[in-house]
Design a protein around this ligand. Structure first.
Ligand SMILES: [Zn+2]
Length: 179
C-alpha cells in the first residue's frame, strides 16, 4: 500500500515541479527580452581602447567610439592619465596593468589596433607632471603629445604589427587626432 500511495502522489508532485520549471523559464525569457543587448560569443575584436578614468567624459568616450563605428567592438582599459598612466615611473603598477591587459586583449580577442585617448584638464597630468606642464592649451597639448608618443613607441617596440592611434579629447567630447 505504501508503495502504491507513493506512486499515486508522484504525478502531482511532478506537475508542481514542471510548473516551477516553466515559471522559471518564463522569468529567464522575460529578463532576456528586457536586456537591451546580449554579449556575443567571445571571438576577435577590433581594438583596445585606453582612456583616463575621468567621470566627466565617460559618455563622450562611448559616443566617440560609436561615431567611429566601434560600438561593442573594443576592449577598454582605464588608467588615470591614460598614456601617462601607462608610461609614468611614478605608478609602475599602472604600467604593468596596461601591458598585461594589452597582452590579454591580443591573446583573447586578437586585437590589432590600440587607440589611446588622453583628455584635456586631466588631473593625473597635473598631479604627476605639475601644473606648469598644463599651464596653457599649447603647453598642455605638448605634454600630452610627449606621453602619447612615448607610449606609441613602446607599443610598437613590443608588438611590431600593432596599429596605434593617439588623440586628445577636449572637454566637449571632440577629439584632436594626433599623428
Ligand atoms: Zn584624466
Amino acid at each position: 500500500m505504501t508503495c502504491c500511495a507513493a506512486h499515486a502522489s508522484w504525478p502531482q508532485m511532478s506537475r508542481r515541479a514542471l510548473f516551477g520549471a516553466v515559471a522559471l523559464g518564463a522569468g529567464v525569457s522575460l529578463m532576456t527580452a528586457l536586456k537591451p543587448t546580449v554579449a556575443k560569443a567571445a571571438g576577435h575584436t577590433e581594438a583596445l581602447l585606453l582612456t583616463c578614468m575621468d567621470y566627466r567624459l565617460a559618455n563622450e568616450v562611448e559616443a566617440y567610439m560609436t561615431s567611429r563605428g566601434l560600438r561593442d567592438k573594443y576592449d577598454h582599459v582605464i588608467l588615470a592619465g591614460a598614456s601617462l598612466g601607462a608610461v609614468t615611473e611614478k605608478f609602475p603598477a599602472f604600467n604593468e596593468t596596461f601591458w598585461s591587459h594589452l597582452d590579454l586583449a591580443i591573446q583573447l580577442h586578437q586585437v590589432h589596433r590600440v587607440i589611446v585617448l588622453d583628455h584635456r584638464d586631466c588631473g593625473a597630468y597635473k598631479m604627476v607632471l605639475g601644473e606648469a606642464a598644463v599651464k596653457d592649451p599649447q603647453t598642455e597639448l605638448a605634454s600630452h603629445v610627449k606621453q602619447l608618443y612615448a607610449l606609441r613607441q613602446a607599443i610598437v617596440t613590443r608588438h611590431h604589427h600593432m596599429e596605434v592611434e593617439i588623440g586628445l579629447m577636449n572637454l566637449d567630447g571632440t577629439v584632436t587626432q594626433l599623428v
